[in-house]
Design a binder for this molecule. Sequence first.
Ligand SMILES: [Zn+2]
Length: 75
Amino acid sequence: MTPERRAAPTATVGVEACARPGCAEAIVRHLSLPEARKAFPDLADGLRSVALCRLHYKEWKKRTKESRKLDRLGW
Ligand SMILES: [Zn+2]
């Protein structure tokens, strides 16, 4: 049996860095992994959300705009 356990809220939240390697800018936006991967396919597996700084969020917006043809698989 594996009882559902929630991580302590103070343990991992707080220190965040941009998900892009080598980037240490302040976070402005969180995306789900599938969303973020539309622009950054190299993101690691297992992330629940992807934090992006202003710069990389801009980049994400740009790239996702260009790939509009990839229709959302309806949900
Ligand atoms: Zn960044």
